[in-house]
Design a protein around this ligand. Sequence first.
Ligand code: DAH
Length: 356
Amino acid sequence: MDDLKVKYLGQIGEAGDEATLEAIRLAAVGKKGEVSLKMRELGKMTPEERQVAGPALNALKNEITSALAAKKAALADAALDARLATEWLDVTLPARTRRVGSIHPISQVTEEVTAIFADMGFAVAEGPQIETDWYNFDALNIPGHHPARAEMDTFYTHRAEGDARPPHVLRTHTSPVQIRTMEKTGAPIRIICPGRVYRADYDQTHTPMFHQVEGLALGKDISMANLKWVLEEFFTAFFGTEVKTRFRASHFPFTEPSAEVDIQCSWEGGTVKVGEGDDWLEVLGSGMVHPKVLEAGGIDPQEYQGFAFGIGIDRLAMLKYGIPDLRAFFDSDLRWLRHYGFASLDQPTLHGGLNR
Ligand code: DAH
């Protein structure tokens, strides 16, 4: 028994994994293990011998069994220690930096324009970018033969032969939203419509897709004087400085009378500065809504009148933020976006200040 004890306790002490332990258990105290076979021999002994050998064998069996259990637990502890030593994380390390997106200058300026006009009581209206030629032209007093249709370099959508639907265009300006709003709400109206417009044109100051914001105010006694005040108020808020404006007589089919509006600027070393100097920069078209346009929108021109205007948003962004080339706006070049974009939590706002 002493030999068995020395043998198995020695083996258990040296075992390096659970499989070896299990083999030792079978060899010692399994059904056909050495200790178990010895216990079977008890039956052949005399009662006196049995009284000595029985308890001793039981004690041996217990000793081996608990040594096995203790070793098993020790192996598990060692495995856990090994894992803990290799699989640790330093949660105090600084986090990996991630690139944050930025707000595109066009989105930024659209928000600024919207905030300023909202402050003057203008709501935002929207219309589709694919328009019928009626909304884009006819309803705005631009009949089929009118030269403005050709001048605008219109994109027409393809129509299969026999397609009975009216011709559709990518809207060349935001003015069709005037008509859609008149139809939808009737007068009085005070809205702006910012959005994308399309013309087949491409150079440093023109891209085939660009942005406008349309304005429309209809009431019983809205006049050109109101137009002038609203626009001057807008430019002063937008550029953060008193900006002189110049109203030049002009012509648009959808307004009568019509005016193009220039803002005061200076050119120095190839860069424009708004609100100083004695040069002028054209920024918008405007006028009193033509009676035919009111009629097309279902509004009685004997009862209502008002003004409309259309501003180029891209031009405003270039002027305010000193961005020279319009084409780069739509190249999706990350270096450009990081340079000219706005941090989403640090944007100029009407309440926080538009000119920081
Ligand atoms: N729709 C004109 C354009 O795209 C801009 C414009 C001029 C809009 C005069 C107006 C307006 O509402 O009254 O060139």
